[in-house]
Design a protein around this ligand. Structure first.
Ligand code: DQA
Length: 144
């Protein structure tokens, strides 16, 4: 079973989007790194990015039959989306909520996550390394 790397709104602009907050690396850079890290541990990574909430819901539904777990940066939907929370509950797969920035050090509206309570765990604040750490934690969990 593969691992789904799922990225939400505006993450397609990584590298050019507020680089002082999100870093200079592009999403392609991060996807290539994660693809090879997953391969090193015998796992196939599939990547989906969407700016559309419903497409993220559908990607989670599709993961149910093909994925063992999900590394998910939901972007701003983290703070608003009951639909994504319900999808995560519905699929019964381990999902690691992942953020480049430390959302707790930022605006008040980023301090609340609709999703954390139904995720396996949460990693944030380490820039592109957040993704690496999330993947590592997910695979370690799956291998246990
Ligand atoms: C983010 C944090 C969110 O608050 C923000 O809306 C994003 C990116 C992060 O990776 O730090 O789009 O998920």
């Amino acid at each position: 079973l593969e691992i789904l790397l799922l990225n939400g709104p505006n993450l397609n602009l990584l590298g050019t989007r507020e680089p002082e907050v999100y870093g200079a690396d592009t999403l392609d850079d991060i996807v290539s790194e994660l693809t090879s890290l997953a391969a090193d541990r015998g796992r196939t990574l599939r990547h989906v990015q969407s700016n559309v909430e419903g497409e993220l819901v559908s990607a989670l539904h599709e993961a149910r039959t093909v994925a063992a777990g999900v590394v998910f940066n939901p972007g701003a939907y983290t703070h608003t989306s009951i639909a994504l929370r319900d999808a995560i509950s519905a699929i019964e797969l381990p999902v690691v909520e992942t953020h480049l920035s430390n959302v707790h050090a930022r605006e008040e509206f980023r301090h609340t996550s609709m999703l954390s309570a139904v995720c396996l765990g949460v990693i944030g604040g380490f820039g592109r390394d957040s993704y690496r750490l999330a993947l590592d934690a997910l695979i370690t969990h799956l291998d246990a």
